[in-house]
Design a binder for this molecule. Structure first.
Ligand SMILES: Nc1ncnc2c1ncn2[C@@H]1O[C@H](COP(=O)(O)OP(=O)(O)OP(=O)(O)O)[C@@H](O)[C@H]1O
Ligand SMILES: [Mg+2]
Length: 146
């Protein structure tokens, strides 16, 4: 568990990239908890110079990183069902081997059968954020909570 202020988000992003066990990351947290802010920092730390903004109206944004690799940033807030995500082609993104950073991932959770980590964000009273990284949420092995 990390606690971080806005000024520390870059350090947290770098730490996370080192620690995650999958490049499919689900960001759990209430509205305004800092999902987009953290994803921005992660995309930057991965070496992208692209402008990162919330894809709320486009569902997915694509960013370029080194060696022609890509990062996909999803905001599934406006999707109501897994069906809509599948129609949108989410499977192809998830199996692409690229980084997939997903805000509002709940509709996917019962569906995902590949490795993914969950990053849970909570807002503290002092407005800092707490972050929990949960590894390999797709199977029934005991969760390792950092
Ligand atoms: N660690 C932090 N400490 C203080 N403020 C933060 C922190 N992280 C993010 N914020 C602030 O919280 C606000 C909301 O952040 P952000 O848009 O990233 O949240 P979100 O979880 O993506 O929201 P949404 O659910 O609407 O997509 C922003 O003003 C941002 O600057
Ligand atoms: Mg957001």
């Amino acid at each position: 568990m990390f606690k971080y202020h806005l000024s520390e988000v870059k350090d947290i992003a770098e730490k996370l990239i080192q620690k995650v066990s999958s490049n499919v990351l689900l960001f759990d947290g209430s509205m305004g908890s800092g999902k987009t802010t953290l994803i921005k920092a992660i995309v930057k730390s991965l070496g992208s110079e692209d402008e990162v903004s919330s894809p709320t109206f486009s569902i997915v944004n694509e960013y370029q990183i080194a060696n022609g690799q890509k990062v996909y940033h999803f905001d599934l807030y406006r999707l109501e069902s897994l069906r809509e995500a599948l129609d949108f082609g989410i499977e192809d993104y998830l199996s692409s081997g690229s980084w997939c950073l997903i805000e509002w991932p709940d509709i996917l959770k019962d569906y995902l059968d590949t490795d993914y980590d969950v990053i849970e964000l909570n807002i503290n009273e002092d407005q800092s954020r707490s972050l929990k990284l949960k590894f390999n949420q797709h199977n029934n092995t005991p969760n390792h909570v950092l």
